[in-house]
Design a protein around this ligand. Structure first.
Ligand code: PLP
Length: 398
């Protein structure tokens, strides 16, 4: 079928985190919401039908992930990434954030350290700190156009600080965001290999959050970190889900793929006491992975056009503002340092003058100051409205 992503669907009044919390979070309802990362599009028809069918059976008791679901996950990994995984490697989690919390817990003791690569998805910091650990920031390098991982800095962070008395290494893992939220990088195989080689040399497991793996700009390919080699596979915990691509974040279901049996056992132990995935999460995940390809292809096309339109418009009409070229995700990372505003001024400017509810760059940690993150997974009419509001507000600043 042909999906109509141009169609505007009212979400206010549905308990939407994005649309219904404006007064509480921003102090005003007079904003266009382009912040939290879900989409203003209906999810794929096969997912809706699968949920409806299951809902018709009136008993919603405890439910386990079926072997058919395991097979759907295995098949998707092979079909989309040519990655051959075994069913035993899969552990189902509710959301990916909850999975990342458990991964950190399983690898650390309080006081240990975990590396992140800021500016990065802010719940990673919470996952580390809430487990009593410390954040080690291996900041991405930015040359004004493009972000790269800083391997020299990473090696410095990994190296023991003293030889005598010998310092005890406390770095127990690295959380990789690939594709990267918010900067939009989709790392190439060579970069992943260099990262993995370093991590293995310093015995640092990789927690690879690949939630945005299906959301790719034209010509960009996603390589799962664990696919680099059999050795890296044993060294990586991979997190994927259907929630971003198929817009089902409200019925959370995600997969951790952990080939290393020891780490998998520790991960499962770290999840003790947590509830399983809901019936509808399981059903939606299976339908999305099995039958979501047609939707995914049309969605990718639409998102690509949205991103290009957004970028071109800004280049032509708001030259003080610069969009970082995304390779993946539906998030635009926009450099607003040219406006000369402090973090707080920029936040106020966006809310009060441009009337846009966005994610402020500084919440993503070092390197995010002066940036704003726009969620472009919305009908084009919203993108146009946002651009016009932004252009007018910037002109009034001059
Ligand atoms: C990198 C990344 N990881 C995890 C999540 C959230 O995942 P979940 O809702 O499955 O916890 C997001 C949502 O924006 C994200 O961007």
């Amino acid at each position: 079928m042909k999906y109509d992503f141009d169609k505007v669907i009212e979400r206010k009044g549905t308990g939407s985190t994005k649309w219904d919390l404006n007064e509480k979070l921003f102090g005003t309802d007079d904003v266009l919401d382009m912040w939290v990362a879900d989409m203003d599009f209906p999810c794929p028809e096969p997912v809706v039908k699968a949920i409806q069918k299951r809902a018709e059976h009136p008993i919603y008791g405890y439910t386990y992930p079926s072997d058919d679901l395991n097979q759907a996950v295995v098949d998707k990994m092979k079909r989309d990434y040519d990655w051959e995984i075994e069913k035993d490697w899969i552990v189902y989690c509710t959301g990916i954030v909850s999975g990342v919390y458990s991964a950190v817990k399983s690898l650390t003791m309080p006081g240990d350290q975990i590396v992140v690569q800021p500016p990065v998805y802010y719940p990673f910091y919470n996952a580390i700190r809430d487990n009593g650990c410390h954040v080690v920031a291996n900041n991405l390098k930015f040359d004004g156009e493009r972000y790269e991982m800083d391997f020299d800095d990473l090696e410095t962070k990994f190296k023991p600080k003293t030889t005598f008395p010998p310092s005890v290494p406390r770095i127990r893992g690295l959380i990789l965001c690939h594709p990267h939220n918010p900067v939009g990088r989709v790392y190439k195989e060579e970069e992943l290999k260099e990262l993995a080689d370093l991590c293995m040399e310093y015995n640092t497991p990789i927690i690879s959050d690949e939630i945005h793996c299906d959301l790719l700009m034209k010509g960009v390919e996603h390589v799962p970190t664990a696919k680099i080699s059999k050795e890296v596979e044993q060294f990586t915990m991979t997190f994927m889900s259907a929630s971003k691509t198929f817009n089902i974040a409200g019925i959370p279901a995600s997969v951790a793929v952990i080939p290393n049996p020891k780490w998998r056992a520790k991960f499962v132990a770290a999840r003790a006491g947590q509830s399983g995935v809901s019936i509808f999460g399981l059903v939606a995940l299976e339908a999305a992975f099995r039958h979501g390809k047609e939707y995914q292809e049309q969605l990718s096309e639409y998102l690509y056009e949205n991103v290009m339109y957004f970028k071109d418009y800004i280049e032509k009409n708001i030259p003080k503002v610069k969009v970082v070229d995304p390779e993946g995700t539906y998030l635009a990372w926009v450099d607003m340092r040219g406006l000369g505003l402090s973090n707080e001024e920029l936040r106020e400017f966006m809310l009060k003058k441009a009337r846009l509810a966005l994610d402020c760059g500084f919440i993503f940690g070092p390197g995010g100051e002066g940036f704003q993150r726009f969620n472009l997974a919305c009908p084009r009419a919203y993108v146009t409205e946002a651009l016009e509001r932004l252009e007018k507000a910037v002109k009034e600043l001059e």
